[in-house]
Design a protein around this ligand. Sequence first.
Ligand SMILES: Nc1nc2c(c(=O)[nH]1)N[C@H]1C(S)=C(S)[C@@H](COP(=O)(O)OP(=O)(O)OC[C@H]3O[C@@H](n4cnc5c(=O)[nH]c(N)nc54)[C@H](O)[C@@H]3O)O[C@H]1N2
Ligand SMILES: Nc1nc2c(c(=O)[nH]1)N[C@H]1C(S)=C(S)[C@@H](COP(=O)(O)OP(=O)(O)OC[C@H]3O[C@@H](n4cnc5c(=O)[nH]c(N)nc54)[C@H](O)[C@@H]3O)O[C@H]1N2
Ligand code: SF4
Ligand SMILES: [Mo]
Length: 735
Amino acid sequence: MSEPRTALRICPLCEATCGLTLTIEGTKLTGARGDRDDIFSQGFICPKGASFAEVDGDPDRLTGPLVRKDGVLQEATWTEAFDLVAARIQPMVAEHGPNSVGVVLGNPNVHTMAGALYPPVLLSLLRTRSLFTASTVDQMPKHVSSGLLFGDPFAIPVPDLDRTDHLLLLGANPLDSNGSLCTAPDFPGKLKALRRRGGTLVVVDPRRTRTAKLADRHVPIRPGTDALLLAALAQVLFEEKLTDPGVLEEYVDGLVEVREIVRDFTPEAVAAACDIPADEIRLLARGLAAAPTAAVYGRVGSSTVEFGTLANWLVDVLNILTGNLDRPGGALFPLSATVPSPRPAGPGKGFALGRWKSRVSGHPEAKGELPLSALAEEIDTAGEGRVRAVIAIAANPVLSAPDGLRLDRALSEHLDFMVSVDPYLNETSRHADVVLPPPPPSQSAHFDFAFNGFAVHNQARYSPAAVPLEDGRMDESEIHARLILAVSGMHGADPASVDDLVIERALTKAVAEPHSPLHGGDPEQLAAVLTGSTGPERRLDMMLRLGPYDLVLADLLAHPHGVDLGPLKPRLAQVLKTRSGKVELLPEPIAADLPRLRRTLDERPAALVLVGRRHLRSNNSWLHNIPSLNGGSNRCTLQVHPDDAARLGLTDGGDARIAAEGGELKVPVEVTDAVRAGVVSLPHGWGHDREGVRMGVAAATPGVNVNQLLDGSRLDPLSGTAVLNGFPVEVTPIS
Ligand SMILES: Nc1nc2c(c(=O)[nH]1)N[C@H]1C(S)=C(S)[C@@H](COP(=O)(O)OP(=O)(O)OC[C@H]3O[C@@H](n4cnc5c(=O)[nH]c(N)nc54)[C@H](O)[C@@H]3O)O[C@H]1N2
Ligand SMILES: Nc1nc2c(c(=O)[nH]1)N[C@H]1C(S)=C(S)[C@@H](COP(=O)(O)OP(=O)(O)OC[C@H]3O[C@@H](n4cnc5c(=O)[nH]c(N)nc54)[C@H](O)[C@@H]3O)O[C@H]1N2
Ligand code: SF4
Ligand SMILES: [Mo]
């Protein structure tokens, strides 16, 4: 028997990126606790992190590849699996063109090194425009807004939680989600600290969430109307001469135009639509303006809505009007260790939308992506350019995207070939012809390429694999590399050649850039000095060397609890990549969408609309298989306000039928005044009752798929993001 030992691992189960200390006996994980020495998370974890060993050791995880033979998925060798991928994808591309291969990237790609490092290579070699990701059921409105305002869709300012005096938080529930596009371990603690130091927390949410309970003021807004509220806040700032952009003025074009365009969104004009008294809106605006520093922050509930891009744009408009963008205590741009060293300030290439359109419904692309809502129709609608094959990586769109039944059928009946890179046989991967399972996270190294760019404190942490790869396992990076080779005509080549190719390209580009720390070097020599025992480590080493902090991989290895790179600093001039070199405060596509918002002022609101919710012990569609995280209050119930329950004849614990344009569901009712009247709430990620799914625990309490209520046609038009919150529903009792 070997002695128990410990190893460090950054938690991949949400965006907070907490440091975990794992206990290991032999090669078996026996527990996880918070790493008190972690320079960022300082010991904080949540129940999911505490269950890491159980998540890691779930017996339903696939242990090796599956290949469909005679219509049935069967165990196979890695060689058989990749041979089949190469044999099927290449001829399809040759015959039908690259767009016939759809690539679907799901949420966990931002939680793995492989997911950050390889999909860009896959896409550049495959050259398909059929790209669908979780962004269009999530944060695409923020990317579009940032692209238009700052010229860079990844220039996303984050609220300076540790220093702000006033936080106006819309459509986010970090006490349960632990935060999003704002990476902050112990977000709950940071909100409590804000209040302890005398600051103000305002939460705008149709539900009285755990976050709302912590707030000085909870504003139970009517779902879908955040853009109206935010426009009215801007209007009050102008009208009452409370705008104070300060030093930002020299960076911003369009202040006067914004003042004109919000002129008629007065508190009185929007009050009925938002169901917030006009006086209260004025108070909110004055409070925001009066705070020494303040940050406006909106997330999922103000993003996956009819006016998602407008709301996200207005969040930053308010940060700018109050002078809080790019200043400590306001909303700042993080600087991660693996982004290329910033170039000198000056005009950039700008950001374009709609460079191409989806085939069936003509949705404009955004950031090179088509709406996930349109995936099913792109597969099942006959014609030139149809998606005939799908490569799905860490994605379960049958549950996470609108109209899962249609997608389910499309994947099963209309696809010629499908590959899933997924640890589970679930609602989506069960349709694949080849399933390539990555190892459990304890066997993978970790670095947060994505989330360090949204972190409230600059830092870098790397955790090598805690446990060696089990026999028969393949590292997820190698799976991705082999997949890339198989689909791009290089099947069978050394997977390391993919990393070599990336390194060569990146270094050749960098040495030619005057501002690069490697300017003027020799790419071959520079490649030779890179250290690291794997391709991903060498690429991380290279990215650190190209980055802004004079770091190398050895620094991270020498500091396993992380390297502190300091608090966020003002850096707007570096960030701007618009053609004008300024913040373009009223971009044309935004101005063109505002009349659509204005029209809603004359419309009668729907009697009953649905919003989602997240539970602290869940993670989208794939953690319901973990016994200690499932059950208790983590259940798929329809929350209904007592007044609505009485009006509709619903009883707590009874069943109801809920219907909308995409279909209807039978759901258990939970009567609670945690939702406001006129609003019902059903969580997503449930509906684990399909045949062929190998997730035994989840199947025992399957729940229903809320996204079946949607038919895929409700989108925020600028970003192609699905409207998952604030759509009308009808609810009737079932006796
Ligand atoms: N109604 C409604 N729908 C929603 C939302 C909502 O709020 N309401 N939220 C939306 C949001 S914000 C998001 S991000 C999407 C998420 O939707 P998806 O992108 O589909 O992500 P998940 O549901 O988390 O499913 C992730 C898949 O990745 C697999 N997986 C887990 N770990 C790994 C790994 O290490 N490697 C690989 N290769 N695979 C892994 C899981 O088994 C699962 O199949 O859902 C969206 N859908
Ligand atoms: N425990 C847990 N943590 C998670 C996840 C999970 O599934 N479970 N998923 C992860 C992912 S992928 C993401 S993107 C993040 C998301 O993290 P958050 O953005 O914090 O998302 P939610 O917790 O869904 O909170 C959204 C809130 O918006 C409210 N809302 C709905 N409609 C409206 C509206 O029209 N206006 C306003 N103002 N509010 C509205 C809802 O009631 C809800 O409380 O969480 C991540 N962390
Ligand atoms: S808050 Fe997020 S990162 Fe931290 S332990 Fe929980 S799931 Fe993991
Ligand atoms: Mo998400």
